[in-house]
Structure formats: structure tokens, C-alpha cells
Design a protein around this ligand. Structure first.
Ligand SMILES: [Mn+2]
Length: 333
């Protein structure tokens, strides 16, 4: 007989619903039912131009329709303009395309902050991970004005914590976490007129496995909390996600989830610019985001590094859409 099982699931759901009602009654934890989609076809932070097709592939994979089917309203779709020409490597900095990325970051920051101010969840769709310089600046500026704490949860195969001096490639998509922590080219760190953007003791890195030697030291010195693939192998992604939530603190008003698709194993997510073996599997990536969604704290999401030029029949884009739905609270029952 399946009836008792169904009853158990239903009563659990009812219990959670009443919790949601309770949360809605308290200020600042109102259930948010609309999102702003911010498309950023940015490729200037990396070496593979196909990443600029990420937003188009997400639209082809029915991102907006899927979000609406989940019961959310799309408040607005914003297309950020990105110069497509190859930028010059200016001599002021060993980092590439800084003026161009700075302009895009400024536009992204304004769009993200506006989306938050309107009470929607900004979902920033890349594009390479350097766009997080802008999205994090927007989130940071929003909470700064409210004088509230917020947490950052960064999923990635890589550390993304290089500086122009430590980076071998000069690619800014390997630097956005460092920039957000206040280390890097001043034209990027000083965006919105203040630095650093993130509170290191409320910032977590999950899934790293391909870390440059200088980055190990930066991670150690930064005060952020790292969970490597070794930790996930050992503890399981559920426990790691719970620990990540704990590390952000019980006093955060919201979370920014910056999700680099290369955190997932390239066997199931081949459409990324810098694949690295030994990543999260299909269920682990879903569970991590589902648990974060259940915290009801997610206020902003980045989904980055989708590169359709390396994908197979758009399967990585379809997976990315599923993961956004998980972040928005889609559940099995
Ligand atoms: Mn990244």
C-alpha cells in the first residue's frame, strides 16, 4: 500500500507550508514571487568567445517559460550591452579588457540593485564569471543601504580569486572573487565607490578542485570558508550545504548564489569554457540548490560560464535551467 507514504509526504508538505506562512508574516522574509532576468553575453573575461552565446542558449532552453510555469512572474528581462569586438590589453594592468569589463559590471550592478529594490530576485545569466563583479556590487550596494548583512555562496571548480599579478592568463573571469574581496585592479574593486563588496566571514566557496598555487594562499588569507570536492566526497553535499549556510551566519537578510556551471562534472555539463573533471553530479548539484532554496534566503542568483560552442544538443543549458528552478524552490512533492 502506498497510501501511508503519500500521507507522510503530504503532512510534511503541510507542515512546511505553515512554516512558510509564518515566515511571510515576519518582515523581510516575505515569499518573493517575481524575478528579473538579466542577460549578460560577456566573453571578455575569458579566452573562449562561445560563452557570449550563453544567454541565447538559455532562452532556447525555455528559461523564462519554465520560471513562469513554476509560478513566478517575470518582472522584466534586461539585456546588458557588451562590446563584441576583441578588446585591447591595456598597458596599465596585466588583466585583460578591464575598461570594457568595468563598464559592463557597472551596468550589471545597476540592473541587479534595481531588481532587488523592486522586490524581485535578479537572475544574472552569463556570460563569463567576470559578470559577478557587477552582480555582487549590486547586491552589496543594496544591502549596504539597508544596513543589513548578506551571505555569498560561490559554486565553482576554480578559486576565481586570482589577482592581475598572480594570474598567468590575465583573464578577469579568474579574478571576480578577489575583486569582490577588494583585491585587484582598482577600476573594478572601486565600482559603486566602495570596497570590499563582500564580507569574507559570510562568504563560502563550494566545489573547488582546480586551484592555482597563489590562490591557495589567497583563500587561506581571505577569511572565506572553502569546501573542496574532497570535503563533498567526505561529508556529502547535503552536509556541506548545511555547513555553508551556517558559515554565512544566522543574521543574514539574504544570500547571493553565484553558480559557475563548471562546478558540475563535465560528463554531464560539457558546455563550459574551462571544464575540470571530478565535479558535482546531477543529483548533488540539484540538492545543494534545493537546500539553499529551502532556507528561503536566496535573493540573487548568477548562472555563468555556459558555452554553447562546447555543448551537446543544448544539454548543459537545459541542466542550467533546471538548476535555476531548483534555486527558486522547485520540489519533487
Ligand atoms: Mn568561475
Amino acid at each position: 500500500m502506498v497510501a501511508p507514504e503519500i500521507k507522510t509526504a503530504d503532512s510534511k508538505r503541510d507542515g512546511e507550508k505553515s512554516h512558510e506562512t509564518e515566515a511571510s508574516a515576519s518582515p523581510g522574509r516575505k515569499k518573493i514571487d517575481s524575478v528579473t532576468l538579466i542577460y549578460v553575453p560577456l566573453h571578455l573575461g575569458g579566452s573562449h568567445r562561445g560563452v557570449s552565446m550563453g544567454p541565447a542558449a538559455m532562452r532556447v532552453a525555455e528559461l523564462p517559460e519554465s520560471i513562469e510555469r513554476l509560478g513566478f512572474k517575470i518582472a522584466e528581462e534586461v539585456d546588458i550591452q557588451v562590446p563584441y569586438s576583441v578588446c585591447w590589453w591595456d598597458k596599465q594592468s596585466p588583466a585583460k579588457c578591464v575598461p570594457e569589463i568595468g563598464q559592463v559590471s557597472q551596468d550589471v550592478a545597476e540592473a541587479v540593485e534595481a531588481a532587488l529594490t523592486k522586490g524581485t530576485i535578479p537572475i544574472t545569466i552569463g556570460g563569463d564569471h567576470s559578470l559577478a563583479i557587477g552582480s555582487i556590487a549590486g547586491v552589496s550596494s543594496y544591502y549596504r543601504k539597508l544596513k543589513q548583512n548578506w551571505g555569498l555562496i560561490w559554486f565553482d571548480a576554480h578559486g576565481d580569486i586570482n589577482t592581475p599579478e598572480s594570474s598567468e592568463s590575465g583573464n578577469v573571469h579568474g579574478m571576480p572573487l578577489a575583486v569582490s574581496l577588494g583585491n585587484g585592479d582598482r577600476r573594478l574593486t572601486e565600482l559603486q565607490g566602495f570596497s570590499p563588496k563582500v564580507q569574507p566571514h559570510r562568504s563560502v566557496l563550494i566545489g573547488i578542485r582546480d586551484v592555482d598555487p597563489p590562490e591557495r594562499e589567497f583563500i587561506d588569507q581571505s577569511g572565506i570558508t572553502p569546501y573542496t570536492m574532497r570535503d563533498i566526497d567526505h561529508l556529502g553535499i547535503g552536509r556541506v550545504t548545511d555547513l555553508a549556510l551556517g558559515a554565512c551566519g544566522s543574521d543574514v537578510a539574504g544570500l547571493h548564489v553565484s553558480f559557475d556551471i563548471d562546478v558540475i562534472d563535465p560528463d554531464i555539463a560539457p558546455g563550459v569554457s574551462t571544464p575540470s573533471r571530478g565535479g558535482l553530479n546531477y543529483r548533488e548539484s540539484h540538492l545543494a540548490l534545493t537546500l539553499l532554496a529551502e532556507s528561503q534566503l536566496i535573493r540573487a542568483i548568477d548562472i555563468v560560464e555556459l558555452n554553447p560552442a562546447f555543448d551537446m544538443q543544448n544539454k548543459t543549458a537545459k541542466l542550467a535551467v533546471e538548476l535555476i528552478l531548483a534555486s527558486l524552490g522547485q520540489r519533487i512533492l
